[in-house]
Design a protein. Structure first.
Length: 208
């Protein structure tokens, strides 16, 4: 069984467990095309500015004054350093973002993703969407988890609340999570659903 198939098996079992616990399941619901999600990432345009703002809040306790200074030290984990450099994160002119057409297109894509997601939830009268935050199992150190396999960016792109909880284990004992995405300002309902699922399944094991 492939890496992705193992994740799918655990998630499908979690769906059954949720249904047995009393949830009404609609499987499956088409939400967003993966290519649209990938085209709505703002990391290139926002990361350096947000990081520098964080450093400013630290004041004199900040170890460096900017992301550029941190990258220049060469002390970042190589995969992180490469990602910053390959995406030209440090080359963005923050002052011109309000007129940057590429950035503005991305923000419009995010609005579209949010609208489509909420529309599907209303169409099927859903309290939450359920999916694996990662479509593959954790990789072994020192490899890095492929960013392209992450589903958790749906919440980041839409601004909708989400919660991740234990979904179960593979035959080899690796944990697999499931994520619930809720409607706007419906965090209390997400907590109710997550708590009920955890109480019904108890998918927790102490680390070995």
């Amino acid at each position: 069984m492939s890496n992705a198939e193992q994740v799918t098996t655990v998630v499908e079992d979690a769906i059954i467990e949720m249904e047995v616990a009393g949830a009404t399941i609609i499987d499956s619901v088409d939400i967003i095309d993966q290519s649209l999600l990938e085209s709505a990432r703002t990391l290139k345009y926002e990361f350096a500015h947000a990081f520098d703002q964080y450093l400013d809040q630290l004041g004199d306790s900040a170890p460096v004054n900017s992301l550029a200074e941190l990258v220049a030290t060469g002390e970042l984990y190589p995969d992180i350093q490469n990602r910053i450099e390959e995406r030209s994160v440090l080359d963005v002119d923050v002052e011109s973002l309000e007129s940057n057409t590429d950035y503005l297109r991305i923000l419009n894509r995010r609005k579209k993703i949010k609208s489509q997601t909420l529309s599907e939830m209303a169409k099927h009268d859903l309290d939450a969407l359920m999916y694996p935050p990662s479509r593959i199992l954790p990789v072994e150190i020192p490899d890095s988890q492929p960013f392209e396999e992450m589903n958790c960016e749906i919440s980041a792109h839409t601004g909708l609340p989400a919660i991740v909880l234990p979904g179960g284990f593979t035959n080899d004992g690796l944990p697999v999570g499931v994520e619930l995405l809720g409607r706007e300002f419906e965090e209390p309902r997400l907590f109710e659903l997550a708590y009920a699922f955890e109480q019904a399944t108890d998918h927790r094991r102490p680390p070995i």
